[in-house]
Design a binder for this molecule. Structure first.
Ligand code: PBG
Length: 325
């Protein structure tokens, strides 16, 4: 009771504020998404993601060294697949000489200690731009899961430390865990996109990979933004099926979901601050309407406060550079 209690005492200077801070942001928290393309010497900026690039493997080598030098120790790899290699079966996804498999080997060769995570979903490989096999206009579950399991095995064989299924098919974590175990990849982890919502915040990412759905939307597999409880159902299923890390996606608009899950499970929780969240801040900062670095740090702190321990973010390098200053 005032004046016995004056909460401002703990805010009076920077030293005391940091002493009582409940959360901190460090480079250890981040997973860096990487977009990889075929070719040589390619570093193309993504139009809707200022200062974010697609790299060919030779340039990727330099980028990965730079990330490691900044203290960033984990990457999440996405590939942009040439149109002529796309079909409705995910054939190219299983190619041991495919771009993803070569990217994993390249990163591991350059920095063996880097934690390499791979995106597992069919959309970059799909002629329909969907995360699974399409039959009669519907994304069918079980046949898709079979391909996702084989794809995960192929990534593990290439040297991935974690596979990260982002597709939202039912039962895929168990299928992936089983195929990895059966083939001796007992230490290959699974970071599951457990609570992934059907979100318009993914727009810039689909530009980056040219992977927008050719028909319809993703609402029959990704979750309905109106719903809260199913996030816990999905997350607990994934943990029971063998997920090592669970994820909530997108980030900022779904902090209630992060907190719900943090209250219920002990598995590490990742949050994905998605492409649209990145684009919004970059655009506002370019116009001079928001302070880029301060808003960036405030948003990231919100993820930690909500209960996430890992953050996949396109701001990772910006943060690492800022923290170095
Ligand atoms: C595809 C995938 C998407 C993202 C990650 N994996 C897009 C989608 O589901 O349509 C989005 C990431 C982002 O927006 O940054 N399986």
């Amino acid at each position: 009771m005032y004046p016995l209690q004056r909460p401002r005492r703990l805010r009076n200077n920077a030293a005391i504020r940091s002493l009582v801070a409940e959360n901190t942001i460090t480079v250890d928290d981040f997973i860096v998404p990487l977009f990889v393309v075929e070719g040589k010497g390619v570093k193309e900026e993504i139009a809707s993601m200022p200062n974010y690039f697609r790299y060919s493997l030779d340039v990727l080598e330099e980028e990965v060294k730079e990330l490691w030098a900044l203290g960033l120790k984990s990457v999440l790899v996405f590939v942009k697949v040439p149109d002529e290699l796309k079909d409705n079966a995910g054939t190219e996804a299983l190619n041991s000489e495919g771009l993803m498999q070569r990217a994993v080997r390249k990163i591991k060769q350059v920095i063996p200690e880097m934690v390499v995570m791979t995106d597992v979903a069919l959309d970059p490989y799909s002629s329909y731009g969907h995360d699974g096999i399409v039959e009669d206009g519907y994304i069918i579950n079980d046949k898709t899961v079979e391909v996702l399991a084989k794809m995960s095995l192929s990534h593990a064989e290439a040297g991935a430390d974690f596979v990260a299924p982002s597709d939202m098919m039912d039962g895929r974590i168990e299928a992936i865990r089983t195929i990895l175990e059966d083939n001796g990849f007992v230490n290959t982890g699974i970071m599951s996109y457990s609570a992934k919502y059907a979100s318009a915040f993914y727009g810039p990412f689909r530009d980056a990979l040219d992977s927008a759905p050719g028909f319809g939307d993703k609402k029959t597999y990704q979750m309905n933004p109106a719903n809260r409880k199913v996030a816990l159902t999905e997350t607990i299923l994934d943990i029971q099926e063998g997920a090592d890390i669970v994820m909530v996606k997108p980030g900022l608009a779904y902090l209630d979901i992060v907190r719900d899950i943090a209250n219920e499970v002990e598995t590490p929780i990742a949050v994905y601050q998605v492409s649209g969240e990145y684009a919004m801040l970059k655009a506002a900062a370019e116009k001079g309407w928001l302070d880029h670095d301060q808003v960036m740090m405030e948003q990231l702190m919100a993820f930690k406060r909500a209960g996430a321990s890992l953050i996949a973010s396109y701001f990772a390098k910006d943060v690492a550079l800022l923290l170095k200053k």
